[in-house]
Design a protein around this ligand. Structure first.
Ligand code: NAP
Length: 293
C-alpha cells in the first residue's frame, strides 16, 4: 500500500524523447503500461510536462536532454540505465522546416537521432522495442543520388557536414530539403540497424506521420511553407489532418508485444498521402512534394 498514486515500481521503463505535442500524447499513452522518462530540450517546459503527466496518473519524470550533444545523450542513457532495463524507446523529437536552417535540421533530425539510437542500443535487452518518428516527407520526393545517400548513411562521421555541403549548391541547402533528406535518412538508419537490435532480442522501427494536428503542424501552416503544405493536404484520401492520438496508437502498437514479429519497417500513418501522391513508387515525382512535416 502506498499513498503515492503515481508509483508503478513493477512497470517497465519507456523513454520518450521530445516533449512537444506528439511526444506528450505518446508519453500519456505509453504511461498506461510503463514508467515514463520524458527527455526534452527545454528545462522549463519539462517541469510543466512532468506535472501534467503526473496529474494524469502517469509514473513520470521529465529530464533535460539535447539530442545533438553527445554528453547530454550519454548522461540520459546513464540516468535511464539506473532505473533498470529499457523496454521501450519512442524517439519523437524533431524540427520542422520552419524551425531551423539546413545544418540545424540535420543536427536534430538525423545526427541527434543517430546519437540516441546508438546510446539506447546499449540499453536494449530481449523484448525491447525502439520506435523512431520520421515523416511522410521522407517518402514523397525522389530518393537522392547515391553519393548523397552514402553521406546520409554515416551521420556520426566527424566530416558529415563538409561532405554533405559539397554535394549541394547554397541555393539547394534549404530547410525543406534538409527536412526531407533527414527523414529519408532516418528511415534508412532504422533498416540498417535492424540486425544490431535483433542481436539483442530487440526491435527497431520507424513511423512516418503525414500532416498531424500538433503545434508544429499549425506552425507550418502559418509559415513560409504554407502553400506547399496545403497542396499536399488537398491530396489526402482521408481528407483531414491526423490526430496525436492516432500517432500515439501506432507507436504504442509497434512498441507492444503484439508487434513482436515486426522490425526494420517504416509504418506510414499519413491518411494515404504517400499512396495518393506516388501511386507507383518507382516513378519519378514532379513538383515539390517532399515538404510536409
Ligand atoms: N506535426 C506534424 O504534422 C508532423 C508530421 C510528420 C512528422 N512529424 C514529426 O513528429 C515529431 C514530433 O512532432 P510534433 O508535431 O510533436 O512537434 P513539436 O510539438 O515541435 O515537438 C518536437 C519536440 O522536439 C523537441 N526537440 C527539438 N530539438 C531537440 C533537441 N535538440 N533535443 C531534444 N529535444 C528536442 C522539442 O523539445 P522542447 O520543447 O523541449 O524544446 C519539441 O518539444 C517530429 O519528429 C516531426 O518531424 C510531425
Amino acid at each position: 500500500m502506498t499513498t503515492n498514486p503515481n508509483a508503478r515500481p513493477g512497470q517497465p521503463t519507456a523513454l520518450v524523447i521530445g516533449g512537444g505535442g506528439m511526444g506528450m500524447s505518446t508519453a500519456r499513452r505509453l504511461g498506461q503500461s510503463h514508467r515514463i522518462v520524458l527527455a526534452s530540450r527545454s528545462a522549463k517546459a519539462n517541469e510543466e510536462r512532468e506535472a501534467a503527466l503526473r496529474e494524469d496518473g502517469v509514473d513520470a519524470v521529465a529530464v533535460e536532454c539535447d539530442v545533438t550533444d553527445p554528453a547530454s545523450v550519454a548522461g540520459l542513457a546513464e540516468f535511464v540505465a539506473e532505473r533498470g532495463p529499457l523496454r521501450t524507446l519512442a524517439h519523437v523529437a524533431g524540427l520542422s522546416p520552419s524551425m531551423d536552417d539546413w545544418h540545424g535540421i540535420f543536427s536534430v533530425n538525423l545526427i541527434g537521432t543517430a546519437l540516441m539510437e546508438s546510446a539506447c542500443l546499449g540499453l536494449a535487452a530481449p523484448g525491447s522495442a525502439a520506435v523512431f518518428v520520421s515523416s511522410s516527407a521522407g517518402h514523397l520526393a525522389d530518393p537522392p543520388a547515391q553519393e548523397v545517400t552514402e553521406v546520409l548513411d554515416d551521420p556520426l562521421a566527424p566530416d558529415f557536414f563538409s561532405r554533405l555541403d559539397r554535394l549541394f549548391t547554397p541555393e539547394e541547402q534549404t530547410p525543406l530539403q534538409a527536412y526531407r533528406l533527414s527523414k529519408f535518412a532516418l528511415n534508412r538508419m532504422c533498416r540498417r540497424q535492424v540486425s544490431a537490435w535483433g542481436a539483442k532480442g530487440a526491435r527497431i522501427v520507424s513511423v512516418s506521420p503525414g500532416p498531424i494536428a500538433t503545434p508544429m503542424g499549425a506552425r507550418e501552416l502559418d509559415g513560409p511553407n504554407r502553400e506547399v503544405k496545403l497542396a499536399l493536404m488537398r491530396r489526402l484520401p482521408i481528407a483531414r489532418e491526423g490526430t496525436m492520438v492516432e500517432t500515439a496508437d501506432a507507436i504504442e502498437f509497434l512498441a507492444s508485444d503484439r508487434a513482436s514479429y515486426i522490425t526494420g519497417i517504416d509504418l506510414l500513418v499519413d491518411g494515404g498521402l504517400v499512396a495518393a501522391t506516388r501511386p507507383d513508387p518507382t516513378s519519378r515525382v514532379h513538383g515539390a512534394y517532399g515538404a510536409s512535416e
